[in-house]
Design a protein around this ligand. Sequence first.
Ligand code: SF4
Length: 660
Amino acid sequence: MEPFIQSSEIQYCDSLTKYSRRKTIPVRVGDVLIGGDNPIVVQSMTTVDTMDTQGSVEQCIRMIDSGCQLIRITAPSIKEAENLRNIRNELRKRGYQTPLVADIHFTPNAAEIAARIVEKVRINPGNYADKKKFEVIEYTDASYQEELERIRERFLPLVKICKEHGTAMRIGTNHGSLSDRIMSRYGDTPLGMVESALEFLRICEEENYHDIVISMKSSNTQVMVQAYRLLVQKLNEGGFKPYPLHLGVTEAGEAEDGRIKSAVGIGTLLEDGLGDTVRVSLTEDPEFEAPVAKALIDRYTNRKNHSQIQAINEYPINPFEHTKRESKEIYNFGGQNVPRVITDISRVENISEKEMKAVGHFYLPELDKWKMNDLGCDFVYSGDNPIPFMLPNGMREIQNFEVWKNTQDQTNKYPLFSLQEFQSSDAFHAELNFLEVLDTEIESASDLVENRKDVVLILKTSNAHGMPAIRRAFVHLIQKNNSIPVVVKVSYPDQTADQTMLYAATDVGGLLVDGLGDGILISLEKEGEHTREEVLEQIKLHNNVSFGVLQAARTRMSKTEYISCPSCGRTLFDLQETTAMIRKRTDHLKGVKIGIMGCIVNGPGEMADADYGYVGSGKGKITLYKGKEVIKRSVPSENAVDELIEIIRADGMWTEPETI
Ligand code: SF4
């Protein structure tokens, strides 16, 4: 975590402790303003073929009805770029003024046409003037300069057209599709991503064209957060204008995993006060994306009024690089251990063996045995409601201190203390005790446990600016050289399942991205009245979300990771159906990353660090990858999942699924 940085040198956000949205220049996109003091804009992208005018229009309307304020449509070639006019005219005819954005990869000629028709053009600086060859080429300073000249020549006409027509532009860098030139000099690093955008931005600024929004997307949440922060830092240091930011995590996937991954990346930056427009990309119909984006954004409406957090003078965390805070190993927390999941079951009296399936532990009555799946929690917190049967193997229980001290058999049962209880107690567990404190109590707690080798902190806050408040408490521990393991406890009383997922992913995920936290606990404490079944459902949700957050922040891999593109007009197969099919066969492959991409043009680049790839390469044809290497081309789609499994098997990564 060393060295300490003076907080005055941190320019990627206004404040580490006070919520303040970064002030950007407003960029007009039709009737919508992105940046400045304007509310954060929700946007999304169509998945229908751009040549299908009616289908595109119908989908746009469904998206608008779901809260989408800006719609992006792919324009892979001139004919699609031309057809944007028909889509736009039809929408206007039906009374919809929502601005359109043309999505361009590889085809400057399509961009130049689209820029005359729609309100905004998105270019990918990794492939606007470059073809991806996956070649590492050594560039001399002179040849690098020549390349920049070539880009300038290729890009300048578009800038001029945009200026002339009042068209805005997004310079949208993707981690997975950096040019060979950038890769050769910077590698696929956050700095490479930033430089990739700055090459194009400099050309725009020289032309006095400033209607620009910038994005730095990646499917790796750590890389994505670092790249956006570094971008802002470099814009400030380099004297560029404060351009608005478009936030997004690429290829986030579907359902719970896609939402959690999006929130870890987007939410963390929103906490920093960054972001002027948000696109959540899910492998689902696009009308499901806007409500998720809106739920993330709405959290900040009144954030400014949060209670004060002590300012930080010296910052011991590098915001541009993931380094885990060093913590000492206590029992199986901290040190080299993966972050632990503690699941709160404290609201269920006399929980039964059968009900433990909510926390991933399954009782098999015929065999009188227990089984655990990949989402079997490490600890349960039972509070004042101790588990009335013998604990399953691999399960440990945390009880409130008052209950624990009267428990006869204390095997695998550990006490949880409040600060007052801890200060006055003379009874402790010999190996493991939990001390729960608020962020505002961190100084007393830190002094109290400094030299102990049997305590894990459970840290929570009641501050509305939760993630930075907890981060501030971590800063205190680091400054005091206190390496006690810390579990972060969060609480979302009576929020919907979606909100719990998104908020926990933001609050705990944001800390994990900064290397903070040795565990997660989502509290049930303050929840209102619910039936037993509803409480068990909540427990299951909390348990699964906890594992999801750890995985999305890349700190503990407990399930297969799917990096699937959201699909667009280029998609060559039914992505949702295919993803579901692949998932059904492979979701027991813990820690394996599988890319599922709709097209061969962008798919291979966008799969980023997937171990295996399933990429549409023609009608009914799939190309299969191991890493970035093509293993089989043009496999008929009927056999492609079997062939994919064969590749995984040949690679020694296949295991047979177990049935529980
Ligand atoms: S990878 Fe998917 S979302 Fe990206 S361009 Fe291809 S089909 Fe569209």
